[in-house]
Design a protein around this ligand. Structure first.
Ligand SMILES: [Zn+2]
Length: 342
């Protein structure tokens, strides 16, 4: 899809991050296949010589987070409505937390995921126009706000709107918010098909730029995939709520605009690497899972960095580097995360 005009976040800093210059020789694995070369000053330079010292991949793109709710980690197991519906457990915690606490909890979680190679987060920020202060100025985040009124939707300084299911909003209001997003040249994203198909037709009518879930409605997936609408799966979150659906993931894994997200930071840390470990066992398609973890950069025209993996621990004796990264690599295998360079 084409990047709307007014998206900000996940751009390179104006100045180089590292003053020291590191260089690594190795093999790069990305959506184009496998190439040998050197990472120097944040860029990959291909070479004809075959190197094997390090393994490089692009950094990971987390296409769906609610990072602010990291302030209340690891609630008891409960169903979806009890946890995330308006007035549920999550919103009680959010309402009783100051913006400062939300922001510091968010930054803490973000650092954990960054050290595991995730460099960009499409965050669905809650709490209306005031809620935007929680992510303001954090360069790894593309913020999608959730307006409470049309006035807010006009004024909000964000890269798009990230709405809940049509179940949780007035439909006329959503139609207006959709129009405002189009006019302002920013994203309109929405959740649908997480529990059942009831909120799916309405979501389709809104022609979203990004759709989250669809695990519980594989029968209507084609309506979105025919239109090329990016769809994000949050598989660990589906498991938490007892909503796993292998049939839906099998279809989605073959879709060229399929992405991975980690959903509520209250439940899971926002590391795509960990999401991939879980997804691999369920889908048994490591290459597709890997691609879903990196394709957000190209899809939304955002620069990626590189993860430099050494081979001393989990990648030692690997017969398939993609499978080893997708199934078992951890922070202990990461030599360096090279962020996008200016
Ligand atoms: Zn969500």
């Amino acid at each position: 899809m084409k990047r709307p005009a007014n998206i900000f976040g996940c751009n390179p800093p104006r100045q180089t991050v590292n003053t020291e210059v590191f260089s690594y020789r190795g093999v790069l694995i990305d959506e184009e296949g496998i190439r040998h070369g050197t990472i120097i000053e944040g860029n990959f330079e291909e070479s004809r010589t075959e190197y094997s010292e390090y393994v490089f991949t692009p950094t990971f793109f987390n296409a769906h987070t609610h990072l602010g709710d990291a302030v209340g980690k690891d609630p008891p197991f409960m169903d979806l409505k009890s946890l995330v519906a308006p007035g549920g457990y999550k919103f009680k915690i959010l309402e009783s937390s100051s913006k400062e606490n939300l922001r510091s909890a968010l930054i803490h979680e973000l650092e954990i995921a960054k050290s595991a190679g995730t460099s960009c987060f499409l965050d669905f920020r809650e709490g209306g126009i005031e809620g935007l202060e929680v992510t303001s100025g954090i360069r790894e985040i593309i913020t999608l706000g959730r307006p409470k009124t049309m006035e807010e939707a006009e004024k909000m300084n964000c890269s798009g709107f990230g709405m809940s299911s049509i179940r949780d909003h007035d439909f006329e209001f959503l139609c207006e918010v959709r129009k405002i997003a189009r006019r302002r040249g920013i994203f309109f994203a929405i959740h649908a098909g997480e529990m059942n198909c009831e909120d799916v037709e309405g979501a389709l009518e809104l022609e979203p730029d990004i759709l989250v879930h669809m695990n519980s409605c594989p029968e209507l997936l084609k309506r979105f995939t025919d239109r090329g609408i990016p769809i994000v799966s949050c598989i660990r979150s589906n498991a938490f709520f007892g909503l796993l659906n292998l049939k839906a993931y099998a279809v989605l894994s073959e879709y060229e605009n399929w992405l991975l997200g980690t959903d509520n930071a209250m439940l899971f840390n926002p590391s795509v690497l960990e999401e991939m470990h879980f997804a691999s066992l369920l889908l048994r398609k490591d290459l597709e899972v890997f691609k879903a973890g990196i394709r957000g950069f190209k899809l939304f025209s955002v620069p990626s960095g590189y993860i430099v993996f050494h081979r001393k621990k989990n990648l030692k004796n690997s017969k398939n580097l993609i499978s080893s990264i997708v199934r078992r690599a951890g922070v202990e295998d990461i030599e360096s995360v090279v962020l996008p360079q200016p």
